[in-house]
Design a protein. Structure first.
Length: 139
C-alpha cells in the first residue's frame, strides 16, 4: 500500500524512520487484547512508518498506518483506543499511561496515526492526509 509521510517540524528533530509491519501491529495489539481480537485488528494492514523525534534528550514518536480499507482502519483505531482506556486515563482524545502520553488521529478513512511520548510533544502534533500522502507537523 503506498504511503508517503512528510514531516514538518520546528523544535523536534526527526532522527529515524522505520516500517514495523503487520506482525508488529498484531504483536502490539496482543499486549492489550486477546489473540483473536489482535489478529482481527492487524488484518488489512497496508503499510506503516514510525518516525522518531528528539528534543532535549526526550524522544517522541509518530506511528502512521495506512490500511487496505476504511473498515480495517476503523477497527484498528477502535481497539487501540479501547486498550488505552484500559491502561490509562483520558482527557478527551489524549491518554496518559505510566509509560507515555498518546493521541490517536484519523486524518482520513484509511489512515490512523498514533503520536506518543511526552505530553508537550503529543499535544503539539497535527496530522493531515490526502490519500497516501500524510503530513505530520511536530512542535
Amino acid at each position: 500500500m503506498p504511503l508517503n509521510v512528510t514531516v514538518e517540524t520546528d523544535e523536534w528533530v526527526p532522527t529515524s524512520n522505520d516500517t514495523r509491519g503487520e506482525l508488529f501491529v498484531r504483536h502490539t495489539r496482543q499486549l492489550g487484547v486477546d489473540d483473536k481480537t489482535a489478529a482481527s485488528a492487524a488484518a488489512g494492514w497496508g503499510n506503516d512508518t514510525v518516525t522518531r523525534f528528539d528534543c532535549r534528550d526526550s524522544p517522541g514518536d509518530v506511528w502512521t498506518l495506512r490500511w487496505d480499507d476504511a473498515a480495517n482502519a476503523t477497527e484498528f483505531a477502535e481497539t487501540f483506543r479501547e486498550d488505552l482506556d484500559a491502561r490509562g486515563t483520558s482527557d478527551g482524545d489524549v491518554w496518559t499511561t505510566d509509560e507515555a502520553t498518546f493521541k490517536v488521529y484519523e486524518p482520513d478513512d484509511r489512515t490512523v496515526v498514533v503520536a506518543f511520548g511526552p505530553s508537550g510533544f503529543v499535544e503539539g502534533v497535527s496530522v493531515t492526509a490526502d490519500g497516501s500522502a500524510v503530513t505530520v507537523e511536530a512542535p
